[in-house]
Design a protein around this ligand. Structure first.
Ligand code: NI
Length: 172
C-alpha cells in the first residue's frame, strides 16, 4: 500500500472544508487503509483525509497507536459528525502530524455523541469520552479546515507557525 504525503501547516489545502462521502465503497476502504498506514508511519493516533490532500470526509483512528504490546483499536469513519457534546470540558495538550514537533493546550468537551458511516457503509451512533472524544473532535476539525492551533490564542499560534517555518528552512 502506498504511503500518502502528509501536508503540514501553513499549507492552504489544510484550510479546505472536505465534502461528504456518498457511500463507503472499495475506493473509500482503500483510502482508509492507505491513511492508516500513513498515520502509523508518522506516529499519529488519528488522521483526516484533508491532511493527505484528499477532499473527502474520511477519518481513521487507532486509540492504541504507539502503545507497545497492545492490540490496535482501529476505527474508520466516513462523514463523522458530533450530534451531542457534554457541557463539561477539559484542557489537554494536543499535537498533530500536520504541525510537526509542536503542541498546545486545547479546551474541548470531554464527552461527545458521534454519528458516522463505518467501513461497511453502516450508519453508527456512539457516545465516546476521554481520548476517543478528544481525537474525533480534533479530526472533524481537520475536515472543516480547522487546525488545533486555530483554537489557541493568536500569540501562541503565531509562535508555533514561526517555529514551523524556521524548522522548514533548517531542513538541510
Ligand atoms: Ni491533527
Amino acid at each position: 500500500m502506498p504511503l500518502l504525503t502528509v501536508l503540514t501547516a501553513p499549507d492552504p489545502r489544510l484550510k479546505i472544508k472536505a465534502k461528504p462521502v456518498e457511500s463507503v465503497n472499495d475506493d473509500i476502504r482503500q483510502l482508509m487503509d492507505d491513511m492508516l498506514e500513513t498515520m502509523y508511519a508518522n506516529e499519529g493516533m488519528g488522521l483526516a483525509a484533508t491532511q493527505v490532500g484528499v477532499d473527502k470526509r474520511v477519518v481513521v483512528i487507532d486509540l492504541n497507536a504507539g502503545e507497545e504490546g497492545v492490540e490496535p483499536d482501529i476505527i474508520k469513519l466516513a462523514n463523522p459528525e458530533i450530534i451531542w457534546s457534554s457541557e463539561e470540558t477539559a484542557i489537554v495538550n494536543e499535537s498533530c502530524i500536520s504541525v510537526p514537533n509542536q503542541y498546545g493546550a486545547v479546551d474541548r468537551p470531554t464527552k461527545v455523541k458521534i454519528r458516522y458511516l463505518d467501513e461497511n457503509n453502516t450508519l453508527q451512533e456512539k457516545e465516546v469520552d476521554d481520548i476517543f472524544a478528544r481525537c474525533i473532535q480534533h479530526e472533524i476539525d481537520h475536515l472543516d479546515g480547522i487546525l488545533y492551533i486555530d483554537r489557541l490564542s493568536r500569540l501562541k499560534r503565531e509562535i508555533i507557525l514561526r517555529k514551523l517555518l524556521k524548522n522548514n528552512k533548517l531542513r538541510l
